[in-house]
Design a protein around this ligand. Structure first.
Ligand code: ADP
Ligand code: ASP
Ligand code: MG
Length: 412
């Protein structure tokens, strides 16, 4: 029997009507002969509400209890989806992560899936169950505590199940009909891509395109999962949506394939740091230990043995970063004159495999931003992407101007 994985995101299960709509899509696949594993997210807004409750109750919360609370949104939709399918005469039952069990690391709120033993679900399929509805985003640690996989983690649950069950495909149903050249919410000229290469999708996701969680793309690439993004609100068929696939399977490549942004970034500068061997380790070690996700880093030329060190991180981690650096200074591990945080910046990135063989993308990007009067604060590049940090108020303008300049509205 062929297994198909279908994942429904928060807006696709936002109320009972939408759950019914999603269940109809599932029933259609059962009628086509598949055993289906359905992965559900919490109803849209639910996880934010749960996170809010935790933060209000306990500002420095115990991450294990955070996971106990925040994972619960998915339990509700899993049960409701199973009930809805049963009402349609489709044999279905729900599974919470621990029941499968979805075995994860103990890194609470950012756990990784280590293994998904198939036995329990396989046995039910063998007994005639047609649909296993699994609560996404959650698992169980070796210590037996409930874990969550990081925001957007149901995508990763879906791909991990597709890999574990050798699924014919992993379909990610969401509120857009595929992966676009940029977020269609901020650029109406964004165009849907029929196919996108794993590597480009990985960059777009890690640079802010939240249509797929980064880790889900990594897993799909590693385990060769056939991954597709499509709309839960439209009629769909075999050819709908966007297929995430190997580079070789894409006929025509553009130099730039997409633009991503991260709105809530912050830039921090340590002024007048003693420039000596080991200084970067002395700064970024404590930041890593404090759980600060440092992204871009720039060290200025030093004068008289002192330099400025600038880095970016998510805006909600600034307080934690300041605290870690102040402690390191107090302990005498680092020495700086001042610490300045700019919390009004955003990151905009252009991504494309074609950049490997074409020069001039960076200079074009800088010209376009200059023409709009947008100042670039930090730049980083890799083989297939260029990212800039700019003032947040120019973020939409930058995305739109770059989308135009790289002619993404009429890309192949
Ligand atoms: P779900 O709740 O189904 O998981 P998400 O909100 O996590 O959905 O992801 C879908 C959203 O991702 C879209 O509504 C869209 O605004 C956003 N998005 C950002 N970049 C892109 C892109 N390049 N292509 C498609 N959607 C994108
Ligand atoms: N409900 C979780 C979140 O909002 C997981 C997911 O939807 O993928 O982050
Ligand atoms: Mg999502």
């Amino acid at each position: 029997m062929s297994v198909l994985v279908m994942k429904f995101g928060g807006t696709s299960v936002a109320d009972l009507g939408r759950i019914r709509n999603a269940a109809q899509k599932v029933r259609r696949e059962v009628e086509r002969g598949h055993d289906v594993i359905v992965i559900v997210s919490a109803m849209s807004g639910k996880t934010n509400e749960l996170v809010g409750w935790v933060e209000e109750t306990s500002p420095l919360f115990d991450a294990r209890e955070y996971d106990a609370v925040v994972s619960s949104g998915e339990n509700i939709t899993a049960g409701l989806m199973a009930l809805t399918l049963q009402e349609m005469d489709v044999p279905a039952r729900s599974w919470q992560g621990w029941q499968v069990p979805v075995q994860t690391t103990s890194a609470h709120s950012a756990a990784r899936i280590e293994d998904i033993p198939r036995a329990n679900i396989d046995q039910k399929f063998a007994e005639g169950m047609k649909v296993a509805v699994v609560a996404g985003f959650q698992g169980i640690s070796p210590e037996g505590r409930i874990t969550t996989l990081g925001r957007g983690g149901s995508d990763t649950t879906a791909v991990a199940f597709a890999a574990a069950f050798d699924a014919v495909r992993c379909d990610i149903y969401t509120d857009v009909d595929g992966v676009y050249t940029t977020d269609p919410r901020i650029e109406d000229k964004a165009r849907k891509l029929d196919r996108i290469a794993f590597e480009e999708m990985l960059e777009l996701a890690s640079l802010g395109a939240k249509v797929l969680q980064t880790r889900s793309v990594e897993l799909a690439m590693r385990y060769k999962v056939k991954l597709r993004v499509l709309s839960s609100f439209e009629d769909t068929d075999e050819n709908s949506g966007t297929l995430v696939c190997d580079e070789e399977d894409i006929m025509e490549q553009n130099v730039v394939s997409g633009i991503a942004y991260q709105r809530d970034e912050a830039k921090m500068t340590l002024i007048s740091v003693a420039d000596r061997p080991g200084i970067a380790a002395a700064i970024f070690g404590p930041l890593a230990q404090a759980g600060v996700n440092v992204d871009m880093i720039v060290q200025n030329i030093s004068e008289e043995g002192r330099t400025d060190m600038t880095f970016s991180c998510p805006v909600n981690q600034v307080a934690r970063a300041q605290d870690a650096l102040a402690k390191a200074k107090e302990a005498g591990d680092i020495n700086f004159h001042d610490m300045v945080a700019d919390t009004d910046v955003a990151k905009v990135s252009v991504v494309g495999i074609g950049m490997r063989s074409h020069t001039g993308v960076a200079s074009r990007m800088f010209e376009v931003l200059a023409a709009e009067g947008i100042n670039i604060r930090v730049i980083t590049t890799s083989e297939i992407k260029i990212s800039v940090l700019i003032d947040r108020k120019y973020m939409e303008l930058a995305v739109q101007a770059l989308h135009d300049a790289f002619e993404l509205d009429n890309a192949a």
